[in-house]
Design a protein around this ligand. Structure first.
Ligand SMILES: [Zn+2]
Length: 331
């Protein structure tokens, strides 16, 4: 016990020394470090301590004694300055922008997204300089709260995506290192994350939304109603296992379980079916026909429709999931 107590300060001191060495590995602020040490720093600091590469750069400024200089202060404050009037991103956005080497600024692209939506982006460098561009996707629940980093973006021109598991504001923040001159193009799009469950139907066919009162306000509608002709095929929104039932308010219904932890083991509920195309216990693939639209159960006095529900730690509004797939805008 006593030995451990003596050892612990030395261990902490040793870790601190390693950290400082990692942080100062690149003493020239204008030059890119070798890729390997860069990713080592990213791994150690971002993954273990939750610091983004941008925050690591601020630490470097601090160690270089630049953090209190007007330049250092300008660099650190650039994101919040840009955030006062961010580029508002709709469903689709494309920009080609540049950073000048005699100005200290950041660019912020903001969009509000709901759980179930998918954000996709493509970031490319248009210059050949080796100057570093800090790029991150950040989230906050609502205005007034702090931003937290969801992902670091690479400017490799590849299309990347992020599934929205928490509603709120999202922003893509771009900031070059000091004295950098660079150009980039950024394309962003948002949309749904699931294929539409009713053949040849779309969002326009949703007749009753999530949360609408039911039974005179005694309960809420825990799904969406998608109206279609009787007999229209209803399809699996993802790979999984199905369980069928025939009674209760849902009439002929199917539970589809993804069986993956990705969405907290989400379950998808298809109700009021006219008939089934699968058997209980079957494994199905995304797009496979599960059954056909009808009005069984408590929908017998309603035109045929699919009641579609998503349950993941309670009922979740399916509408954002069912928006059209995001498509990046053309150049
Ligand atoms: Zn319904």
């Amino acid at each position: 016990m006593r030995e451990l107590r003596v050892l612990r300060p030395w261990l902490l001191f040793g870790l601190l020394v390693v950290l400082v060495i990692l942080l100062t590995a690149r003493d020239d602020l204008r030059q890119n470090a070798a890729k390997s040490s860069e990713s080592a720093i990213r791994y150690v600091v971002f993954d273990m301590l939750g610091w983004s590469p941008r925050e690591v750069f601020i630490w470097r400024l601090r160690l270089a004694g630049l953090v209190d200089s007007p330049l250092g202060q300008q660099w650190i404050g650039a994101v919040e300055r840009a955030n006062k009037s961010p580029f508002q991103v709709g469903d689709q956005y494309r920009a080609s922008e540049a950073f000048a080497d005699d100005r200290v600024e950041a660019h912020v692209f903001q969009v509000t997204l709901e759980r179930g939506e998918k954000l996709i982006w493509q970031l490319s460098r248009l210059d050949a300089s080796g100057d570093r561009l800090y790029a991150s996707l950040e989230h906050r629940e609502r205005e007034g709260q702090g931003w937290s980093t969801v992902a670091e973006l690479s400017a490799d021109g590849a299309t990347s995506s992020s599934l929205v598991s928490r509603s709120g504001d999202y922003r893509i923040v771009l900031q070059p290192e000091l004295f950098a001159r660079l150009e980039y193009s950024l394309a962003i799009a948002s949309g749904g994350s699931l294929p539409f469950p009713v053949e040849a139907a779309s969002q326009r066919d949703i007749g009753s939304s999530f949360g609408a009162p039911r039974d005179g306000g005694a309960r809420e509608h825990h799904g969406v109603d998608i109206f279609a002709d009787r007999g229209t095929p209803v399809r699996a929104v993802m790979d999984g296992r199905v369980r069928t039932g025939t009674g209760g308010i849902g009439g002929n219904h199917v539970w589809l379980s993804s069986g993956l932890l990705g969405l907290g083991g989400a379950r998808y509920y298809y109700a009021h079916l006219d008939s089934f195309a699968i058997e209980s216990g079957d494994r199905v693939k995304e797009g496979e026909i599960l059954g056909y639209v009808g009005n069984t159960g408590n929908a017998s006095n309603t035109p045929p429709h699919l009641h579609f529900g998503i349950y993941s730690g309670g009922p979740v509004d399916p509408a954002p999931f069912l928006k059209p797939e995001p498509v990046l805008p053309e150049r």
